[in-house]
Design a binder for this molecule. Structure first.
Ligand code: HEM
Length: 457
């Protein structure tokens, strides 16, 4: 049955993640975050975690619950543990938000304790999810190319959340972590593990799999792929470890860190070059909206990397780092997530609705559940607004930035509406059954009856 191949809680993850994404953008448009306030103001931190935990982490967990069994051709998707993990992460985040608001003085000082408490609950939720995914990955050793990035990403997730919990304790109960000061510069470790390790490595792994499937390009990446995985995963792991040593006061020669950082950067450049190769080698010449818009996310990633490199080399501070961070979170990660949801949500809906009757009577195609002509302008508005927002941070125009954020908030609302209509609206009239073509497999291959003809385009 198709139903058994679909992770039961993936759609719930997606719906909750999108809710947090809208909330975070509303907070930014309301002007309670950087660049209107400071980069480390409690309200900025509260919003950053709505984005990083509420939106991106929950989105990625939802996607991984569905894809890990497929990528590894392994066992069925986790069920109860996926729900337990979701509940833990959401509840923990709510407590964390209360803690950040207490730091800002908007709640009683005593509520600061909910920052580490929430962190511990998030850690529990993440741990449940990681264990379930690791079990599937472990059963299917040796790991496939995409799965190797995902496994590394999961390790970095646990490091990120554990470090976050330590920071929460430093704020709320420093006496409990007398060694907290030793981590002095540990903030960088939190960012490196979260943004570089968990988000970027996972996004690279999932994008390799999804974009090669959706564009019908070869998934085998040859020596290029080996270079990407060696340099990004190896480079990040070494950089993180050396930074940890520095934080703990171990003397590490600066050139060693520079070499590790440059290797990681080179790996990311190789990844972007490999994406160009992948798109060039595709067999599906007419790009669908999701794969077309993924190119905008990849361009945003390239520009964000350029800005970060410039900031590091020039020593220029907040505006460039802030612009790079904003573009990284909204252009690359959120842009990639939003554009791929535009394919994944209709596809899973289509499988749930028509999987069991496929081949027995005419059914719509996946693409009949969406209307690309109607939705294309909203994606263009989304990426256009993010570009303007990035420039506004660089130039120092907070009002223009807030207008730009409002622009991508509106665009997100309209994409959410499109996803809602794909799931609950009426598809275009049934389509005749087409001759078989290569199916887009985001459920295990054995679950798709090829001889029924493929309507999945
Ligand atoms: C996926 C998980 C996480 C990610 C990706 C993440 C990401 C971030 C980012 C990007 C910042 C910098 C914000 C800014 O510059 O405005 C930050 C700061 C911070 N995070 Fe997290 N975070 C995560 C989980 C957590 C958890 C579970 C806690 C626990 C309470 C936490 C506590 C903190 C604290 C206290 C700061 C401020 C540190 C300081 O000012 O020294 N984070 N985090």
């Amino acid at each position: 049955m198709f139903g058994s191949a679909i992770s039961r809680w993936t759609m719930h993850h997606f719906a909750i993640a999108l809710g947090f994404f809208l909330l975070a953008q509303a907070a930014m448009a309301a002007g309670v975050t950087f660049p209107v306030t400071g980069l480390l103001a409690p309200t900025t931190l509260a919003t950053v975690h709505l984005l990083t935990i509420g939106w991106l982490t929950i989105l990625m967990f939802g996607a991984l619950q569905q894809f890990v069994p497929v990528i590894t051709a392994g066992g069925p998707a986790a069920d109860k543990s996926a729900l337990a993990s979701l509940i833990g992460i959401v509840m923990g985040l709510v407590f964390m938000e209360a803690g950040f608001l207490a730091l800002d003085g908007q709640l009683a000082q005593g509520a600061i304790v909910s920052l580490p408490f929430g962190g511990a609950v998030v850690l529990t939720g993440a741990l449940i999810g990681v264990i379930a995914l690791t079990r599937i990955l472990w059963q299917t050793r040796p790991l496939t190319f995409s799965a190797q990035f995902i496994a590394a990403g999961l390790v970095f997730l646990l490091l990120t959340v554990t470090l976050g919990l330590v920071f929460g304790l430093v704020f709320a109960a420093p006496e409990l972590v007398p060694w907290g000061d030793a981590l002095g510069d540990g903030f960088r470790l939190h960012l490196l593990a979260g943004l570089g390790g968990w988000f970027t490595l996972t996004a690279i792994g999932v994008s390799y799999r999804l974009l090669s499937m959706f564009t019908l390009a070869p998934e085998e990446r040859g020596w290029f792929g080996t270079a990407v995985i060696g340099l990004t995963v190896g480079g990040l792991a070494v950089t993180w470890f050396l930074e940890l040593m520095v934080s703990l006061g171990v003397p590490i020669p600066a050139p060693a860190i520079t070499v590790a950082v440059v290797a990681t950067g080179l790996g990311l450049v190789f990844y972007l070059a490999d994406m160009v190769r992948l798109y060039r080698a595709r067999q599906r010449h007419q790009l669908e909206l999701n794969t077309g818009m993924a190119t905008a996310a990849l361009v945003a990633f390239a520009v964000a990397l350029g800005l970060a490199a410039y900031a590091a080399l020039s020593g220029y501070g907040e505006p460039i780092v802030g612009a790079a961070g904003y573009l990284f979170l909204f252009g690359w990660l959120s842009g990639l997530g939003l554009s791929q949801l535009y394919k994944i949500v209709p596809f899973l809906t289509w499988l749930e609705r028509y999987g069991s009757i496929l081949g027995k009577r005419p059914v719509p195609r996946v693409q009949d559940l969406v209307d690309e002509r109607r939705d294309r302008p909203w994606f263009i508005l989304y990426f256009g607004a993010v570009a303007i927002g990035t420039l506004a941070i660089l130039i120092g125009w907070p009002t223009v930035w807030r207008l730009a954020v409002f622009g991508h908030l509106v665009a997100t609302v309209m994409v959410v509406r499109a996803l809602w209509l794909a799931r609950y609206g009426t598809p275009r009239p049934p389509h005749r059954v087409e001759p078989p073509s290569v199916p887009v497999m985001i459920v295990p291959p054995a679950q798709i009856h090829l001889n029924a003809g493929s309507n999945v385009r």
